[in-house]
Ligand binder design. Structure first.
Ligand code: NAD
Ligand code: UD1
Length: 336
């Protein structure tokens, strides 16, 4: 199959491209390199011994996107491209709505015009807002607390409407929990811009000496040790979930919303201790006030992914930390 992967040089996209190439698919990546480097294409080739096609293109440029669809025949699309920083989306909402929505509308327009009917979309557990129940299942009430999350919820709504109006379309919307870790080669991983917002990139920078200590955002939550609990999932497990989603998209039409998580929750301190084991040293931390907007506990019900996709995460938290540590030591400045 020839798969178009938008945002394919990014963190989750690059790991998914590796799995697709290893499965024998042909891949064309579109990315504007806003948050990634073209070097990632070489890294993917080093891992897989095959090279994806790469097109530097902004999905907001409808004419260029249309030209690409005119000269290529795609069997399916995986749409990762988008902005993803929660705090930045609060400060620059227009930039987030413009990029995430227009890029998706342009993509859907081209898909419809060229009868490319299969799409896997990157949504997020952020659409559950303050979760109605734990574990979070796909029928939980949806709400958002920031513009980034609202773009995801708006796109989910757009996809539902488009699927309803076009019965030939087959959409799979994946709601990721907390992707972490890196490919076992240490060649691809996550490169956060500036001070990392997310937990494990921050811990990795404490371990490499770039930050003095971990700031633990609150230890007075209603959780076993008082710190926030999340469902961390190895990025390679997540990538494999996309291949299963594509298989599923080939078997039916319509739209499904499916969680990708492990179904297990780990606290901030548990993750810190797993990382200490991986890097072989104690890491300093301080307990600070809660981070505004944070929830106490988030983990997935994985039942639908198991039943519908036949997919289940394999890697545990120790392996996630070992693989992240390898990437961090081999690429102290990330891939830029
Ligand atoms: P990432 O920033 O590493 O990758 C996204 C890629 O999209 C980047 O390479 C960026 O340059 C590209 N891009 C952005 N706007 C573009 C545009 N207009 N045209 C072309 N390329 C564009 O992010 P990621 O962590 O790999 O996330 C991938 C997707 O998964 C995103 O949609 C994100 O919102 C979603 N998601 C991520 C997480 C997470 O924790 N990483 C969690 C839930 C959902
Ligand atoms: C954040 C986003 C969410 C997004 C997700 C994955 C917010 C409010 N939410 O969620 O929308 O989908 O990332 O990209 O930003 N923590 C610390 N110290 C740190 C960093 C984090 O103690 O320096 C704690 C947090 O309080 C939380 C846990 O670690 O309990 C995980 O944090 P993080 O990695 O930011 O993920 P989420 O909070 O799940």
């Amino acid at each position: 199959m020839h798969i178009l992967v938008t945002g394919g040089t990014g963190y989750i996209g690059s790991h998914t491209v590796v799995e697709l190439l290893q499965q024998g698919d042909r891949v064309t990546i579109i990315d504007n390199l806003y948050n990634s480097s073209k070097k990632v294409v070489d890294r993917i080739e080093a891992i897989t011994k095959s090279r994806p096609d790469f097109v530097k293109l902004d999905l907001c440029d409808q004419d260029k996107l249309e030209n690409l669809f005119k000269i290529s025949v795609f069997d399916a699309v995986i749409h990762f491209a988008g902005y993803k920083a929660v705090g930045e989306s609060v400060e620059r909402p227009l930039m987030y709505y413009r990029n995430n929505l227009i890029s998706t509308l342009n993509l859907l327009t081209c898909m419809k015009a060229h009868q490319v009917t299969k799409l896997v979309f990157s949504s997020s557990a952020t659409v559950y807002g303050q979760p109605e129940r734990i574990p979070m299942d796909e029928d939980c009430r949806l709400s958002t607390t920031n513009p980034y999350g609202t773009t995801k919820l708006m796109i989910e709504t757009i996809l539902s409407d488009v699927a309803k109006a076009n019965p030939e379309f087959s959409f799979v919307v994946l709601r990721y929990f907390n992707p972490i870790g890196a490919h076992k080669s240490g060649l691809i991983g996550e490169t956060p811009q500036g001070i990392p917002n997310n937990l494990t990139p921050y811990i990795a920078q404490v371990a490499t000496g770039q930050r003095d200590f971990l700031r633990v955002w609150g230890n007075d939550y209603d959780t076993p040790d008082g710190t926030g609990v999340r469902d961390y999932i190895h990025v390679v497990d997540l990538a494999k979930g996309h291949l299963k989603a594509l298989d599923y998209a080939n078997t039916r039409t319509g739209i499904d919303f499916i969680n990708l998580g492990t179904g297990k929750g780990y606290s901030v301190l548990q993750v810190l201790h797993a990382f200490e084991k991986a890097c072989g040293k104690q890491l300093p931390y301080q307990i600070l006030e809660r981070r505004p907007g944070d929830i106490a506990t988030s983990y997935a019900s994985t039942k639908k992914a198991e039943e519908v996709l036949g997919w289940k995460a394999q890697y545990d938290i120790d392996r996630m930390c070992v693989d992240l540590w390898r990437f961090a030591t081999q690429n102290p400045k990330g891939i830029r």
